[in-house]
Design a protein around this ligand. Structure first.
Ligand SMILES: Nc1ncnc2c1ncn2[C@@H]1O[C@H](COP(=O)(O)OP(=O)(O)OP(=O)(O)O)[C@@H](O)[C@H]1O
Ligand SMILES: [Mg+2]
Length: 318
């Protein structure tokens, strides 16, 4: 059986800070998750949640205090697993006097890729990332978005099976974000596995297959995105046409669970399926002589899921 691209078990990391490093901060407090072959996996959470620390441990830049990381079934530190990974760090460091082409030649050289192949891959990557026009420009003249694209090209120059990107959308304008999201989807179509971090949940919703939501170094949610967002707690909106309705027209037991407002030719009702039965409400409306115009079911967004979790953890802390 093929090994998982990534399996993390009980990973922990703390840092010493302050005078003599005596004060400890613990950005990763024991997390476990796995990334399956061919999926786009989002490591999400607010600033300071522990995303970068986790990705640095996966890519071997820092060592965990406890826990295990395996990449394609091998230790994350083994040379063979390293070869199969591409990485875009959060703050990529560039030799700013190199041109984009020279930079990619240098990174390709680290992976001992033959120079003819580097040349060909460089051209196609710069084209694909929309910076072909600047291939021979020194990177100190690049804008932030161009640097981010050069960093992405660097992360995939070795044609890795498993691509790890720390905040690949940061610093990009809306078009740039769309391009990079498309690149991530295209890489998946080529059979790659992608793990990327983001603190902007809405940006990743239409891209990820699975997610982990981290907060304060702990996993708050994990699973397939479709399972997390499609939940019984979804919000339902019904629009009717007919005589204007007031809350007092509804049976008493429904009044606490629904919100209503009048719209141009009728009434809009909003409720969550957890609190009220959609079919019961629909039949009441029909009996009341209303014409059902529209019924929408809004899935929860990742933002909703995250907010629910952060308010729960605040309550626990208090
Ligand atoms: N080398 C370090 N020494 C001390 N503290 C650190 C170190 N690296 C990270 N931290 C702390 O660990 C916590 C998590 O940081 P991390 O960079 O992993 O968060 P993040 O989820 O990537 O956040 P962001 O969205 O801002 O990138 C922060 O409180 C940070 O200050
Ligand atoms: Mg980070």
């Amino acid at each position: 059986m093929a090994h998982l691209p990534l399996e993390i078990i009980n990973l922990e990391k703390s840092f010493g800070t302050g005078f003599l490093n005596l004060k400890k901060v613990k950005p990763v407090k024991g997390i476990s998750f796995e990334v399956k072959e061919g999926e786009i996996f989002g490591l999400l959470g607010p600033n300071g949640a522990g995303k970068t620390t986790t990705l640095k441990m996966i890519t071997g830049l820092i060592f965990p205090d406890a826990g295990t990381i395996s990449i394609f079934g091998k230790s994350s530190l083994s040379a063979s697993s390293r070869k199969r990974i591409g990485f875009l760090p959060e703050n990529p460091w560039f030799y700013e006097y190199l041109t984009a082409r020279e930079f990619l030649k240098m990174t390709g050289g680290i992976f001992s890729i033959p120079s003819s192949e580097i040349r060909q891959r460089t051209d196609s990557l710069l084209e694909r990332l929309g910076i072909a026009h600047a291939a021979d420009t020194q990177m100190r003249k690049f804008s932030k978005g161009m640097l981010q694209r050069a960093g992405l090209a660097q992360a995939i120059i070795n044609n890795p099976d498993f691509i790890i990107l720390d905040e690949p959308l940061s610093g990009l304008d809306p078009i740039g974000r769309k391009d990079v999201r498309q690149l991530i989807i295209d890489l998946k179509k080529e059979g790659k596995t992608i793990l990327f971090s983001s603190h902007i949940l809405s940006d990743v919703e239409d891209v990820c297959d699975s997610v982990v939501i981290l907060n304060s170094g702990l996993i708050k949610q994990k699973g397939r995105l479709s399972d997390l967002t499609a939940t019984s707690a979804g919000t339902v909106e019904i629009q009717t046409q007919g005589p204007e309705m007031k809350l007092s027209d509804f049976p008493e037991k429904l009044r606490d669970s629904i919100q209503i407002e009048s719209i141009s030719r009728g009434t809009r009702l909003i409720f969550t399926e957890e609190n009220a039965n959609k079919n019961e409400i629909l039949s009441f409306l029909i009996d009341a002589g209303q014409n059902i115009d529209k019924v929408f079911k809004h899935n929860r967004s990742l933002e909703d899921i995250f907010m629910e979790n952060s308010s729960e953890s605040k309550q626990q802390e208090n």
